[in-house]
Design a binder for this molecule. Structure first.
Ligand SMILES: [Zn+2]
Ligand SMILES: [Zn+2]
Length: 126
C-alpha cells in the first residue's frame, strides 16, 4: 500500500514541475533516489509506477532507481547498512547488529529525493 502512496506523490510532483516549466512533451526517463524502506522490491515498484503513470506524460518512461540503504548504529560501535529483512511497516524499525547481535534502531532509508527527468523536446509552434 505504501508503495502506491509514494509513487502517487512522485507522479504528482513530476506533473507539477512539468506544468510549472510548461513542458508538454513525453517523459523519456526518470531517475530517482529512494530509501530502501519505502519499497518491497525494485520490480514491484516499477510495475506499480508504470500502471500509475498510464495516461500521463510519464507513460512508458524508463524508470531507474537508486536505492539508499537504511543504516544501523549500535552501542558496540558498529555502524553500517542494515541488512535485509527490516520490517519497513514498523514506525521504528529494528535490525540485529551483525557484530554483537544486539537489536538496534534503524535510521534512514526513507523518502524520495533527487528526481531527474528527461523530457522529449517539444516542437515550438509559431
Ligand atoms: Zn510494505
Ligand atoms: Zn553491536
Amino acid at each position: 500500500m505504501h508503495e502506491q502512496a509514494i509513487i502517487q506523490s512522485v507522479i504528482d510532483s513530476i506533473r507539477q514541475s512539468l506544468a510549472s516549466q510548461k513542458l508538454t512533451g513525453k517523459v523519456k526517463s526518470i531517475s530517482l533516489k529512494i530509501g530502501a524502506l519505502e519499497l518491497h522490491g525494485e520490480e514491484s515498484f516499477k510495475q506499480i509506477f508504470s500502471v500509475s503513470a498510464a495516461g500521463t506524460q510519464m507513460e512508458g518512461a524508463e524508470l531507474s532507481l537508486t536505492v539508499v540503504p537504511a543504516r544501523i548504529k549500535c552501542e558496540c560501535g558498529h555502524e553500517g547498512a542494515a541488512g535485509e529483512g527490516v520490517d519497513h511497516h514498523c514506525d521504528m524499525p529494528i535490525a540485529e547488529c551483525p557484530r554483537c547481535g544486539e537489536v538496534c534502531r534503524v535510521s534512514g532509508g526513507r523518502g524520495v529525493d533527487g528526481i531527474d527527468l528527461e523530457v522529449e523536446e517539444v516542437p515550438i509552434k509559431i
